[in-house]
Design a protein around this ligand. Sequence first.
Ligand code: GRG
Length: 309
Amino acid sequence: MTYTKENFNNTFKEKINTINTALDTYIPIQNEIPEIIYDSMRYSIFAGGKRLRPILMMACYEALGGHGDEIIPFACAIEMIHTYSLIHDDLPTMDNDDFRRGKPTNHKVYGEAVALLAGDALLNLAFETMITAAKKYPQIPCLDALDIIAKASGTRGMIGGQTMDLLSENKDIDINTLQYIHENKTAAMICAAVKAGAAMAQASIEEIQIVERFGYCLGMAFQIQDDILDVISTTEQLGKPIHSDIKNHKSTYVSIVGLEESKQYVEKLSKEASDALHTLTNHTLTNHILQENGHFLLSLTKYLMHRSY
Ligand code: GRG
C-alpha cells in the first residue's frame, strides 16, 4: 500500500494515540505524593509532542516481523527520555527557553528545581519501565534494546552531543564539530529508536545494519531541517521561539554552509534514508503487514523532510 497524505496523517494520528494511551498508564494521576512531581512529569509528557521516536520504533519492530505489545514499554521509555532531555534543555542553565511544544516550558510552570527533578524522574521511569518489561518478556531480546537505548542517551550519544553543543556556544566551530553535535545530540536517539525496534523483532545483522543506516540519515536530515526551520519558520508553527540558535550564539548547518546547501543536504540524506528502506522492502519484507510498515516509514521520511514544525 502506498500512503496518500490523508492515509498517512490518519495512521500517524492512530499511532500517536496508541503511545499516548500507554504513556498515561505509566505516570500516576492523583493520590500519590508528592503530587507535584507527577503533575510536572505529565505536563511535559502530554504537552503535544509528535511521538516520532516511539512511532519509528514501533514501525521498525512491525516491519521486521515483530508483533504484540512487547514493544510498547520501550516505545514509551524512549519518549520519556526524549521529554526529559527537552525539559533539561529548556532550563535557564542551558537554553533558557520559555516555550516548548506551544506551551510554557516546565520550569516556567513548576519552577527550576521541580523541572530538574521531573526530568530526572522521567529518565529513571524510562529505565524502570524497560526493566519491568524485560522481566515480563524473557522470550524477547529486551536487553539488546535496553543496551542500545542506554548507550544512545549517554555520554557517547545524546549527552555527549549536548555537552559539545554547550562547549561550542559563542565559538566559530567547524563542520566536523557540528557534525559530531548533530550525530550525537539528535541522530543517536532516532537511530536508537529504529535499531531497538529491529533488535526486538529479532532482525538479522544485515537488516539491523540497513535500519541503522536509515536511522542515521533520517536523524541527521531531521536535525538539519530543524536548523533550517529555526531560520525560515514561525513561532506559531514551531510552538517555540524561532531564531533561538542565533540568540544562543550557536553554529548551525545554515550558519556554516548556508540555507541552500543545507536544504540540498537534507534532500540527499532523506534520499539515502529512503534508499535504505527500499532495500528492506524489496528484499527482506516479504509479507503484506511488513511491507505496509515499510511504506509507512517511507512516507514518514518524506513527511519529515517537508515538515514545517
Ligand atoms: C539536556 C541531556 C540533554 C540533552 C538535550 C534533545 C536535546 C538534547 C535537546 C533538545 C533541543 C533540540 C533542539 C534538540 C535537537 C533535536 C530536536 C529537534 C528535538 C525536538 O524533537 P521533536 O521535534 O520534538 O521530535 P517533539 O516536541 O515533537 O517531541
